[in-house]
Design a protein around this ligand. Structure first.
Ligand code: ZN
Length: 494
């Protein structure tokens, strides 16, 4: 009898210990600070029409930056930007085609953007005969002798995946990759694509993108464009003149270059451990969206509620949670500028970090976390070649099990996925310098980069689940005895 009592007691003891452990693991102390009301208010406020779509490098983005600074201050984050502030300014370097540029074929002057579009800029003054290559699909590239020549060819959609997001913009780029690069390697000095039906239909959209030119930070690949070969698009109606084989291109392409500021907003919560507090867990998101663009249903503001006010709201929620209950490690909250212009803010921060680069133990980045089915989500950086820390992946997957229990998508993290989603957000520059990195996302939807990405279309119950997950993962990272190790041999496919 006593023996049974003893066994029974031990069992009870074990059950109690297990229950306590499970409770400790499953409910980090700041979880109650992640409130749906706050998430909703923050998304509505940040994606309000007042900020006019927060286009990078504009006063609209700067107004949003000031709003975020005030949020950081009121939550009680310590400034962790530059000069004792929450801010880290950087310059966007912009190149675009100047209106005074002129292009003619056979001395027949073409109207810039309506008759002829410049898809790839280059500061060039060219006068040369045009070699007509026919249709791109039937062209025998190997046999071509086109060194020093201008070439013209008809675009063809065969083999180009158009079932992707931003299809117009990507079509002209993919045509260039599929056919143009080989012509460049053969020494062509300019390429003229004759629009096919797909390109004709997307002309206005494509031109809107071409006109904007390129954006980069100091030292980036697009900050210098003068040596590149120009790539031009003409309408199908120009084919006749070009196929004669006697046409001459005269192009005087002038570029204008200027710079203007964007800014990263950086705050921190000091860790409690005397040793580990010198290390940082980093939360990352972006503040900018797409500003004012082509109207849809009479609305021209691209509010960017899911992309990416949803993540900024989740970061603010995590900040409140860590403020109330700090972890052993310190936590850095980085809301970057100019992500949509080429991950400019995160690239700048990673090359000019305000804490030592080696002290950043992991980055949890989010992009678009408030849409689609409430039971599913995606985590990128989980499968090779995108995984750079098995330890960090394990923590995030455990946090999912203990908390929101999403059914996780496994397709979008694959290198073969046509969207290349892993390469399209701010964790990338961190991963490239060897910081364990993950991207939280609820993936694309038809309202992506349109005025319909607004606060009314966010699923706030889902956003709360995602914010919980990001906080739960962060809590593990901030308190783990050992920082998540970097996997050996990490090498991205591009
Ligand atoms: Zn985004």
């Amino acid at each position: 009898m006593r023996k049974w009592i003893l066994v029974f007691s031990i069992c009870m003891l074990q059950i109690t210990v297990f229950a306590q452990t499970a409770k400790n693991v499953s409910a980090p102390p700041g979880l109650s600070s992640i409130r749906i009301e706050d998430l909703k208010k923050d998304v509505y406020d940040l994606s309000d029409a007042h900020f006019r779509g927060r286009s990078a490098g504009t006063l609209d983005e700067l107004k949003a930056s000031a709003w975020l600074v005030e949020k950081y201050r009121s939550i009680g984050l310590l400034p962790a930007g530059e000069d004792g502030t929450y801010l880290q300014f950087f310059s966007i370097l912009r190149n675009r085609v100047a209106d005074i540029s002129s292009i003619s074929i056979n001395d027949h002057k073409l109207a810039l953007w309506s008759d002829i579009a410049i898809a790839q800029m280059a500061l060039k003054n060219i006068e040369a005969p045009i070699v007509y290559l026919g249709n791109a699909v039937s062209m025998d590239t190997a046999a071509l002798h086109i060194k020093g020549k201008v070439v013209a060819l008809e675009a063809n959609p065969k083999g180009i995946n158009q079932n992707v997001s931003l299809p117009t913009w990507r079509y002209t780029r993919n045509i260039m990759v599929k056919y143009g690069n080989a012509l460049l390697s053969k020494g062509a000095i300019a390429i003229i694509f004759i629009a096919d039906e797909v390109a004709e239909n997307g002309w206005a959209d494509a031109v809107e993108n071409f006109k904007r030119g390129s954006y980069d930070i100091e030292g980036g690949p697009a900050s210098r464009v003068s040596t590149i070969v120009p790539v031009l698009w003409v309408h199908g109606s120009a084919k006749k003149e070009l196929e004669s084989g006697t046409a001459v291109l005269k192009a005087n392409i002038i570029l204008e270059r200027f710079e203007y500021p964007s800014v990263n907003i950086i705050g921190k919560i000091q860790g409690t451990d005397p040793v580990l507090s010198s290390e940082y867990l980093v939360y990352s998101g972006h503040q900018d969206a797409h500003g004012i663009r082509n109207p849809l249903h009479g609305d021209s503001i691209y509010y960017g509620a899911d992309d990416n006010a949803s993540v900024d709201a989740a970061i603010l929620a995590a900040a409140r949670a860590f403020k109330k209950n700090p972890g052993k490690r310190s936590v850095l909250f980085v809301i970057q500028g100019a992500e949509e212009r080429g991950l400019l803010g995160s690239r700048w921060f990673v090359s000019h970090p305000t804490v030592p680069q080696k002290s950043m133990v992991a980055v949890l980045n989010g992009d678009m976390i408030g849409r689609n089915n409430i039971d599913s989500a995606a985590l990128l950086g989980v499968q090779p070649p995108h995984r750079n820390s098995t330890d960090l992946v394990t923590m995030a997957l455990e946090a999912n099990k203990e908390g929101p229990a999403f059914k996780l998508d496994t397709l979008w993290d694959k290198p073969t996925h046509p969207e290349g989603w892993y390469f399209r957000s701010d964790h990338l520059p961190y991963a490239r310098v060897g910081i364990p990195a993950l991207m939280y996302t609820t993936l694309l939807h038809p309202d992506y980069h349109t005025p319909l990405d607004n606060a009314a279309n966010i699923d706030y119950a889902k956003l709360k689940k995602m914010a919980d997950w990001m906080y739960r993962t962060g809590w593990k990272v901030a308190n783990a005895q050992k920082r998540p190790a970097l996997d050996t041999g990490f090498k991205l496919e591009r």
